[in-house]
Design a protein around this ligand. Structure first.
Ligand code: CA
Length: 188
């Protein structure tokens, strides 16, 4: 599996270096930019799995980057963790309002940031999974495909019409292919 890329947008080189060092140690690939314009370009070009965004940046600030990412269909689902200086609570609330997923207040420990990053990534992965399974309970055996959510049955890509009871019997049989059912069991 290729490494997951995380983008850091931060104008303080020390912080970028510290965060980057810790992310690389955790197995991530890190790309970084030191101002808003560069950051936005970097994110749009590389589509990282997550963005760590400083709130106070020269040029376009963190909030504006957040807004523009959410406006762009290519970047709108990329999770964002914001870094804020102390006493910027109103900005934090604003940040979460424009779509940041979490934040850490400076000074933070790298350990804390990594924990937040991993939690946000886990949440994002879970959202992906659940959208997959809800749209797909499909069961396929041989030429037969059934979609339990829609009571549809296909044989070799051709839909066939069944009554609800017939459908339920087929579903029962297909989900337990090696079991023998009596007539009474099927009726139930
Ligand atoms: Ca800053």
């Amino acid at each position: 599996m290729s490494k997951q890329t995380i983008a850091i947008v931060e104008d303080e080189a020390d912080i970028t270096e510290l965060v980057s060092y810790n992310l690389v140690r955790e197995g991530f690939e890190v790309i970084s930019a030191e101002n808003g314009e560069q950051g936005l370009a970097l994110i749009t070009e590389n589509l990282p799995v997550l963005v760590i965004l400083d709130l106070m940046l020269p040029g376009i600030d963190g909030l504006e980057i957040c807004r523009r990412m959410k406006d762009n269909p290519k970047t709108q689902n990329i999770p964002i963790v914001m870094m804020t200086a102390k006493n910027e609570e109103s900005d934090i609330i604003l940040g979460l309002g424009v779509g940041a997923d979490d934040y850490v207040a400076k000074p933070f420990s790298p350990k804390e940031l990594i924990a937040r990053v991993k939690a946000v990534l886990r949440r994002a992965a879970k959202l992906d999974d659940s959208s997959d399974t809800s749209s797909d309970n499909t069961i396929t055996i041989g030429d037969i495909t059934i979609h339990p959510d829609f009571y549809q049955v296909f044989v070799k890509d051709k839909q066939i019409q069944l009554t609800l009871s017939e459908f339920k019997i087929l579903q029962t049989l297909i989900t337990k292919p090696n079991r023998v059912f009596s007539r009474e069991q099927l009726l139930r």
